[in-house]
Design a protein around this ligand. Structure first.
Ligand SMILES: NC(=O)c1ccc[n+]([C@@H]2O[C@H](COP(=O)([O-])OP(=O)(O)OC[C@H]3O[C@@H](n4cnc5c(N)ncnc54)[C@H](O)[C@@H]3O)[C@@H](O)[C@H]2O)c1
Length: 262
């Protein structure tokens, strides 16, 4: 077993997967465990959290599955307290939950706008509020927030609320990084690009033009959930001890390119 996160306790919000394959949250939770972390898997759907925890247990590692919706602060705080009670502390907070609310400003209504903000950035606020006091008391911790290249770039698909909410996640990450730097807490964001996860499966099944979206990536392929997981392991580990306040694209170079790639 690798040992880059040995003795660490991680909590992953959105640790399940919407599809049957590997989503980002599921891969991150399993990757943390493979590096020696004990992992608290939290999801809105308990069965999804349990599925990830089961994979971790079958690989001989330790995990706990809990239910919490990140739009509900009391549920988040209860899950954090339960995790701290079982494992003694939380060293790594990983925020994976996100909702790709589609549509431009004219398409959105009050409910869809609020939902995008509440889930994508409100969730980050609630988990930070619940986890940071313990990290501050122990003067150590790593926070990783999953954003998106859509926070910085026009993707070609109108996603006004999602882009705005993920941009807020980026600066919320920087804000935590700066406020808590002297408390020994680091905070970084990962900005995934086009990934071969459930979203891509749905595009292929529907036969939409987006099924050819790997051609838009300079490296010539879609990313995998494991590409996000490997970046998260590094940022969570002590190897990244001098890295904080970074918004790291993991996108095959897509956010560098102005070209329409063939
Ligand atoms: N897949 C991509 O192409 C892509 C690209 C850019 C960014 N992202 C980001 O990656 C993250 C999601 O990746 P994934 O592959 O794990 O997605 P996923 O949909 O497979 O898994 C997300 C998990 O979060 C859970 N969840 C949803 N709403 C929740 C809530 N309110 N409270 C608690 N749990 C909730 C779901 O039940 C699910 O198990 C999001 O932040 C998304 O914006 C994905």
């Amino acid at each position: 077993m690798s040992t880059r996160l040995v003795k660490k306790i991680a909590i992953v919000f959105g640790a399940g997967s919407a599809g049957t394959g590997w989503g980002n949250g599921k891969a991150v939770a399993v990757a943390f465990a493979r590096e020696g972390a004990r992992v608290i898997c939290v999801d809105r759907l308990l069965a999804a959290a349990e599925e990830t925890a089961q994979i971790i247990a079958e690989e001989g590692n330790e995990a706990e599955a809990l239910r919490a919706d990140v739009t509900d602060y009391d549920a988040v705080a209860t899950a954090v307290a339960a995790g701290e009670t079982r494992f003694g502390r939380i060293d790594i907070l990983h925020n994976n939950v996100g909702l790709p609310e589609a549509g431009g400003p004219e398409d959105l209504d009050e409910e869809s706008w609020r939902r995008a903000l509440e889930i994508n950035v409100g969730g980050v606020w609630r988990t930070c509020k619940a986890v940071l006091p313990g990290m501050r008391a122990r003067r150590q911790g790593a926070v990783i927030n999953i954003s998106s290249v859509a926070s910085r770039r026009w993707t070609g698909v109108p996603s006004f609320a999602y882009a705005a909410a993920k941009a807020a996640v980026n600066q919320a990450t920087v804000s935590v990084a700066m406020q808590y730097a002297r408390d020994g807490i680091r905070a970084n964001a990962i900005l995934p690009g086009l990934l071969d996860t459930t979203v891509a499966d749905e595009c292929r099944a529907a036969g939409t033009p987006d099924a050819g979206r790997d051609r838009r990536v300079p490296l010539g392929r879609l990313g995998e959930a494991w590409d996000i997981a490997h970046a998260a392991v590094f940022l969570a580990s002590d190897e990244a001890r001098f890295i904080t306040g970074v918004c790291l694209p993991v996108d095959g170079g897509q956010s560098c390119s102005m070209a329409a790639l063939a």
